[in-house]
Write a protein that binds this ligand. Structure first.
Ligand SMILES: [Fe+2]
Length: 249
């Protein structure tokens, strides 16, 4: 059964965003983000630009003054605010992406930065994002992810549970599997009890851009081989969350 209080809270939140979301349905890209949770734009950057960005990430990761977040096994290395450190990593000023993201949020007043990440095939890695999660429960969060290296099944592709960022789907998860709409971390066994045919895996060439509603369930698949480089634009309607601020360059 739906829990009445979560139903009411979620519906109140959705209702405020309804007219903005209806206005996005006529746009072929934004419509996909609102309905499925993602849209893929191939060839957004060419391979020379991706290579330059990969070199910039390698260089910054070996610079002691740069603030770097690392996971417990040092597989996932993240430079928050990379746009402020190198023009080759500045995706945050991209006017096309900004226009799409601002339309999704229905606001141009957003706190933001680019995160540059290098993921390595270290034994025991949990993948980018450290397993299945929602970035926020349950407010919307939208991100732009740009692959800087070719991403295959072995190199930690982004995975997204199709439609799982939609309010109705969130309530169904609560009814059918007991996932609260406020729950943001999920174990593999919790996800395995659901219908896995909805899980989309994004294997794509370097330069591919993904626009994603990260309120939906997602993860980076654990990486088995090589390295995966990516830029991710983060946005918030108010300010950068407290727990991240000390890591931002
Ligand atoms: Fe995430």
């Amino acid at each position: 059964m739906f829990k009445l209080r979560s139903y009411q809270r979620l519906w109140r939140y959705q209702y405020k965003r309804l007219s903005n979301h209806l206005s996005l349905l006529s746009d072929p890209v934004l419509r996909q983000v609102i309905t499925k949770g993602y849209a893929v734009i191939p060839h957004y950057w060419d391979s020379a630009r991706c290579e330059k960005a990969r070199l910039a990430i390698d260089s910054l990761l070996s610079t002691p003054q740069v603030k770097v977040w690392r996971d417990p096994v040092n597989a996932d290395e993240r430079i928050m605010g990379a746009d402020r450190l190198s023009p080759d990593l500045d995706l945050i000023q991209d006017p096309i992406i900004n226009r799409m993201i601002e339309r999704l949020y229905g606001s141009s007043d957003l706190a933001k930065f680019t995160l540059a990440a290098r993921l390595s095939a270290v034994k025991g890695n949990a993948g980018s994002g450290q397993g299945w999660h929602r970035d926020s429960a349950f407010v919307y969060q939208f991100k732009a992810i740009l692959y800087l290296s070719d991403v295959t099944q072995e190199t930690g592709p982004f995975e997204y549970y199709k439609g799982s960022g939609n309010a109705l789907s969130m309530l169904k998860f609560e009814r059918d599997y007991g996932f609260s709409v406020d729950q943001n971390r999920f174990t593999d066994s919790e996800i395995e009890q659901t219908n896995l045919k909805h899980v989309q895996q994004f294997c794509a060439n370097q330069g591919s851009l993904l626009l994603v509603n990260t309120r939906g369930l997602h993860r980076g698949k654990p990486i088995l081989f090589g390295k995966r480089y990516a830029l991710t634009n983060y946005y918030w309607p108010s300010k950068i969350p407290e727990h991240m601020q000390s890591f931002v360059n």
